[in-house]
Design a protein around this ligand. Structure first.
Ligand code: ATP
Length: 254
């Protein structure tokens, strides 16, 4: 995976962002940048605020303070759907498809609602549909698909909106081990064919190590580390952050 344009202006900047729900301060004064051509991993123990960070960046919730900059422009006043139509597109930890619509219709609606999109017959989309075993199921209703395929369909619904930045929230969660390699292909095609950059929230450390030249660690309301995965994952404070949570078994084996 490339780490291109490391010296150019960031495509996305989370600038001193804090988020508080009532008395629960999830994170405080978090700053991070996503550069062109980059896949940035964001990891951290359960409850660290990773999904909340994606919610704030995608515009689903407002930050308590701080700014989100997209291509250098402050987009705090832009709503979720506006950000999506600008190419700032998220996926969800849980599957989010139109349950009673076919695979084809799901992709078509996603494309239509975004106001942008790639053609459903683009060859790289066909390649991804085939990899996910969805190409022969275009007429099948999404709620009749196995879970892994529904999850992949959710990813492809983001893909067909022609994103500039993909915010992926635990794309591997719930997938079988062999299905997880679909994510590698998805990210590689998004970068190679579409020039996307990717912010990847994920607990599967093998996947993070395969895809991310750089990872940030969120814990206790702050970013505690930022660097290459081999270095970051060997740090004592990062290991302690993981071992101190209830999800330790999955993380320790990841
Ligand atoms: N809408 C909300 N209202 C109140 N508290 C919330 C809300 N959304 C998230 N939180 C709280 O924010 C904290 C961080 O949650 P979040 O889901 O962002 O963590 P996470 O790092 O994504 O966890 P996981 O790895 O388990 O998915 C939790 O304490 C959660 O209860």
């Amino acid at each position: 995976m490339t780490n291109a344009s490391a010296h150019s202006a960031p495509v996305l900047r989370v600038d001193g962002v804090s988020k508080q729900f009532g008395g629960n301060r999830v994170f405080n004064n978090v700053t991070l940048s996503l550069n062109a051509g980059e896949v940035l991993g964001v990891i951290g123990p359960n409850g660290a605020g990773k999904t909340t960070l994606i919610n704030v960046v995608s515009g689903q919730i407002a930050p308590t303070s701080g700014r989100i900059l997209y291509g250098g422009r402050d987009i705090n006043d832009k709503l979720f759907h506006t950000r999506s139509s600008m190419g700032l597109v998220r996926t969800f930890q849980q599957t989010k498809t139109f349950k009673t619509a076919s695979v084809y219709e799901n992709l078509h609606r996603a494309q239509l609602f975004s106001g942008r999109g790639i053609s459903l017959d683009e060859s790289y989309l066909t390649e991804l549909l085939r990899t996910a075993s969805l190409l022969g199921r275009l007429d099948q209703l999404s709620d009749t698909l196995p879970y892994g395929m529904q999850k992949m369909l959710g990813l492809l619904m983001a893909f067909v909106t022609d994103p500039r930045i993909l915010l992926l929230d635990e794309p591997a969660a719930g997938l079988e081990k062999e299905e997880r390699f679909f994510i590698d292909q998805y990210v590689q095609i998004a970068m190679r064919e579409m020039g996307c950059c990717v912010l990847l929230v994920e607990h599967d450390m093998d996947l993070v190590k395969r895809l991310c030249p750089r990872v940030c660690v969120l814990d206790g309301g702050s970013l505690i580390a930022d660097g290459p995965p081999a270095e970051v994952l060997a740090r004592r404070d990062v290991i302690e952050a993981y071992l101190g949570t209830a999800g330790e078994e999955e993380h320790a084996h990841a």
